[in-house]
Design a protein around this ligand. Structure first.
Ligand code: NAP
Length: 247
């Protein structure tokens, strides 16, 4: 297997489940040192074991990304042991229930904005000094179909995910002449815990597993995509084509 990420240090949020875990695992297999963030320590340990099984290294950090007052402490804990941060993938997400905006409680609404919009931006901000120490760091925001589709009932989640399309462009516009790059990727629907919560009536077997989508994120983290900057991307456009696609 190729080792595109040897000597690279990459932080993945939401690494204790679903897409984040799949990305972390595949990065580990390709030689990256992974910094895995999530809240549930036991679930992070599962990610670490899977990374170590494929020969990679993983530092697990149990951390609630909505605890913004703790971001400074997180940075202080890492700044001396992490020489550079070559990638930051924002995968953490949590959608409890779809509902019309008219009925959504203020706490539910602001909670959705906190984890899906405020957290990825503030984490990028606090990790910025480590990202600038890398040769050409890649930051990825994860959005969803609401980035282009005007669907009902996604309240703070849908609003935050649509705003993330602008986040990548805004960060890039503020750093036009550095090699650092910022992109937003829509993974599309995947067979994960979040999918089962959001679409209880849909058969999960009809959508791909996260491991099939993760290679799109690895492509944007790798040197192969150095010229892709400030873009809104669809994972399906970044994945290798199968013979069926070409027909
Ligand atoms: N699945 C889909 O169909 C789909 C479609 C489009 C976009 N997405 C997006 O893809 C991303 C990954 O979702 P997924 O489907 O892989 O979901 P998932 O399996 O439920 O994983 C979500 C992850 O986010 C973490 N997380 C949630 N709240 C957190 C908090 N406050 N602090 C720290 N970590 C937190 C969870 O960690 P703990 O469990 O340890 O708290 C978990 O690792 C999300 O941004 C989601 O919006 C998913």
């Amino acid at each position: 297997m190729s080792k595109r990420f040897e000597n690279r240090i990459i932080m993945v949020t939401g690494a204790s489940s679903g897409l984040g875990r799949a990305i972390a695992q595949q990065l580990g297999a390709e030689g990256a040192d992974v910094i895995a963030l999530g809240r549930v320590e036991e679930a992070l340990e599962v990610t670490r074991n899977r990374i170590e099984e494929v020969g990679g290294r993983c530092l697990c950090i149990p951390f609630d990304l909505t605890g913004f007052d703790n971001y400074g402490k997180l940075f202080l804990a890492l700044k001396d042991q992490v020489p550079h941060l070559d990638g930051l993938v924002h995968c953490a997400g949590s959608l409890k229930r779809c509902a019309p905006m008219q009925y959504v409680k203020p706490k539910t609404f602001t909670g959705a904005l906190d984890i899906h919009l405020t957290a990825p931006n503030l984490l990028t901000q606090i990790m910025f000094p480590l990202l600038t120490r890398a040769e050409s760091a890649s930051v990825i925001f994860t959005t969803c179909d609401m980035i282009t589709e005007d669907q009902a009932n996604w309240h703070g989640y849908g609003l935050a995910k649509r705003a993330l399309g602008y986040a990548a462009a805004m960060w890039q516009a503020e750093h036009p002449s550095t090699p650092m790059r910022f992109n937003t990727i829509n993974p599309g629907r995947m067979r994960t815990r979040s999918f089962e919560r959001a679409y209880p009536g849909l058969n999960p077997a009809t959508v791909p597993v996260a491991a099939d989508i993760a290679p799109a994120f690895l492509h944007i983290l790798s040197d192969e995509s150095k010229d892709i900057r400030g873009q809104l991307l669809q994972a399906s456009d970044l994945l290798p084509k199968t013979p069926n696609d070409v027909q």
